[in-house]
Design a protein around this ligand. Structure first.
Ligand SMILES: [Zn+2]
Length: 129
């Protein structure tokens, strides 16, 4: 029975050991120094206008975009190759035009980020810490 296997409570994700906490703070520092400029650059290059950017630490997504044009990027992006960072940023920028994953959204994303589906697959090899 599944419930027997799961009897032991899982360790809470919010409780980071000291080494992980230090790594997260270093990634946050790097993310704040790099991501705002790169997002602005990609937005200008492809004609997107967003509202605000926030750097987040969570274990559920690499980035998000709200209907108000506010973009969140995960500080874990500093652990992946630049072309995958750009893929995530372009993905969120395309949500400024389509707040869904419709064929139109994917066509737009492919036009600004060729080979985006392969990049999406590669990103899945990285775990969020
Ligand atoms: Zn999306």
């Amino acid at each position: 029975m599944l419930w027997i296997v799961r009897r032991r409570p899982r360790r809470r994700k919010k409780t980071l050991d000291a080494a992980t906490a230090a790594l997260v703070e270093e990634l946050r520092r790097q993310a704040k120094a790099y991501l705002p400029g790169r997002l602005a650059e990609l937005a200008t290059l492809h004609g997107f206008q967003y509202n605000t950017l926030r750097i987040k630490h969570n274990s559920s997504n690499w980035g998000s975009c709200s209907s108000k044009g506010n973009i969140n990027l995960n500080l874990n992006l500093m652990r992946v190759p630049q072309e995958l960072q750009d893929y995530v940023m372009l993905h969120e920028l395309c949500h400024l035009k389509y707040l869904n994953h419709s064929p139109q959204f994917h066509a737009l994303l492919e036009s600004v980020c060729p080979g985006h589906r392969e990049k999406q697959r590669r990103l899945k090899e990285f775990k969020l810490i």
